[in-house]
Write a protein that binds this ligand. Structure first.
Ligand code: SAM
Length: 348
């Protein structure tokens, strides 16, 4: 979601109506039609904009980058929150760094085991506009289990040791106030604030845009944690439509407790003995230059006994190389039929 791979000044592209595009990611842009601007001010930390869109509900934009829309925010919030929460057998104490729109808090509070959620968001203005314009996301801010702090997450962590079962970093991109949340020293603080069997998840940028940055962060995390994994999921309104999630554990996770184990994606994440990097499983096939970044495929067979979801012929690594395949392999084939719940609901 930022142009982390390049040191060059981003190229500005002029559209026919004279507007600037492509600032953060030269050569491409994602756009939404604005129905009405609801709020636009500069806070102490960033430019804060909320607008009503014609097709994605209300939209939160920080420093010109879409953070959340009412229509698709669940795809991001659920993945970032529930990957670590369900990988943990009994999360009681949870810390959220960032997360000012409230969506991660809403998801964390769904876990009955949770006794206390601590949240440290740097920008009070984001919380205020979320309460006013994003009620579906900000619904947890009055919850009695919440301890809310306004301040820098990096500084906050320095005073907390061995305290949390799960820490979720729901940050903006590594420009502006969130810059310090992507370095190795931040991951050291996270490690020390986690209990011995603690798990963390962090906003992991987009592999189509920021692979160099992601690789650096994962390698830093692997120096500090015995388990450091990467997952992806589709978020249509993020540039390139694909979002990454970084998961780390201090100890081995008890995989038997997760209700998500039937999903190949989650199974990969909790199969901690497999030290493969990056561990990437696609819930759907991703094609970054298609609108919303995701492509569906309809496969039919005349023979009722044919299971099209499993390859009849699996490919070896040599065959994949010989065929010069860069996306498809036998695991991707199977994973492509694993659908998010809202798609399953619609197809039932
Ligand atoms: N879903 C979003 C995305 O990645 O597009 C991110 C959500 S947004 C709620 C991220 C939040 O992190 C913002 O509200 C921002 O103010 C907050 N933030 C940025 N830097 C921070 C820091 N150093 N400490 C605490 N919060 C921070």
């Amino acid at each position: 979601k930022m142009n982390g791979a390049s040191d060059e000044e981003p190229t500005k592209v002029l559209k026919s109506d004279g507007q600037e595009m492509g600032g953060a990611w030269p050569g491409q842009a994602f756009s939404l039609q604005v129905k009405k601007v609801l709020f636009h001010e500069k806070s102490k930390y960033q430019d804060v904009l909320v607008f009503e869109s014609t097709t994605y509900g209300n939209v939160l934009v920080l420093d010109g980058i879409v953070q959340a829309t009412e229509r698709d925010e669940f795809s991001y919030q659920e993945m970032l929150a529930h990957l670590p929460m369900f990988a943990h057998p009994d999360p009681k104490r949870v810390l959220i760094i960032g997360g000012g729109d409230g969506g991660i808090l809403r998801e964390v509070l769904k876990h009955e085991s949770v006794e206390k959620v601590t949240m440290c968001e740097i920008d009070e203005m984001v919380i205020d506009v979320a309460k006013k314009f994003l009620p579906g996301m900000s619904c947890g801010f009055s919850h009695p289990k919440l301890d809310l702090f306004c301040g820098d997450g990096f500084e906050f962590l320095k005073n907390h040791k061995n305290e949390f079962d799960v820490i979720i970093t729901d940050s903006s991109d590594p420009v502006g106030p969130a810059e310090s949340l992507f370095g190795q020293s931040y991951y050291e603080l996270l490690r020390d604030a986690l209990k011995e069997d603690g798990i963390l998840s962090s906003q992991g940028e987009c592999p189509w845009l920021d692979m160099k940055l992601i690789s650096t962060v994962i390698h830093s995390a692997r120096d500090l944690f015995p388990v450091a994994k990467y997952a992806v999921g589709s978020v249509p309104t993020y540039t390139s439509g694909l979002m990454g999630y970084i998961l780390c554990a201090k100890d081995k996770v008890n995989t038997g407790e997760s209700v998500w184990l039937h999903l190949p994606l989650i199974a990969h994440l909790v199969a901690f003995n497999r030290k493969i990097f990056p561990a990437v499983t696609y819930a759907q096939s991703i094609v970054s230059t298609y609108p919303s970044g995701s492509m569906g495929y309809l496969i039919c067979a005349k023979n009722a006994n044919r299971d099209v979801t499993t390859p009849a012929r699996t490919l070896t690594a040599e065959q994949i190389k010989a065929l010069n395949l860069r996306f498809y392999n036998s695991e991707v084939h199977k994973a492509a039929f694993v659908l998010p719940q809202f798609v399953k609901n619609a197809l039932e």
